[in-house]
Design a protein around this ligand. Sequence first.
Ligand code: PAF
Length: 264
Amino acid sequence: MIPVFRSLSEWMVFRSQLVVGHSLGFVPTMGGLHEGHSSLVRRSLAENELTAVSIFLNRTQFNNASDYETYPANFEQDLALLEDLGVDVVFAPDFEAMYPDTYLFKVSESQDSLSMEGVQRPGHFDGVLTVVLKLLNLSGAQRAYFGEKDYQQLRLVKGMVEAFFLPIEIVACETARADDGLALSSRNRRLSEAGRKKAAVFPRILTTASTPEEATGELREAGFEVEYVVDEGGRRFGAVNLEGVRLIDNWTLSVLKKLKGSLR
Ligand code: PAF
């Protein structure tokens, strides 16, 4: 059975027993694991002697109570998957362990966090950065693995690590996609069968429209509620709602050019 540490004291004992010079890779998650998480774990297993995964559904990053309550978590299933992958240890603290200060202290960023996801989800990035700082500090890992699907999150985490001189390397991993192009996400499980089929139209429009305005118009016509489509820093970012499920995605603009060329 894979060891699961739920208290900080158990976790600290594990950390103190790590052999000096052995590398530890860390994959923070909120559970509801899918192939996207598995790809982060596999990368960590390949690059480190040991791999730890955290499962902590961090309620401070949810600005919407129903999104938090319906988050598709399944702890036993997650553990079985991590065991199959060969993960060495799981850290699964509760809210009291992670927030002894009851969230009186938080990390805020005052530029990048104020656009896109930061506008649609007020307070989201404070919750993300605060919990990631706590997790990275506790992990004692040399490397931590984040997916590019949450690109704004990845950029902010990298910025925080630099700003606070955290002794850890943030490894960016390519977005894992289903065969029809939809970015994998725990929330996809909440779509109906028909909704799941239709969701594949989102990456298709995002990658073929010439401008964000064109993409927005086509997505609305296709029945998506569009939160934003923005070209920024060489990437196209989008967020939409379908059947009350939030989908986000991003692509580099150079990839979009190539994709368009091949579609002509
Ligand atoms: O990307 C996620 O799953 C979460 O935002 C993270 C990084 C685990 C923090 O709760």
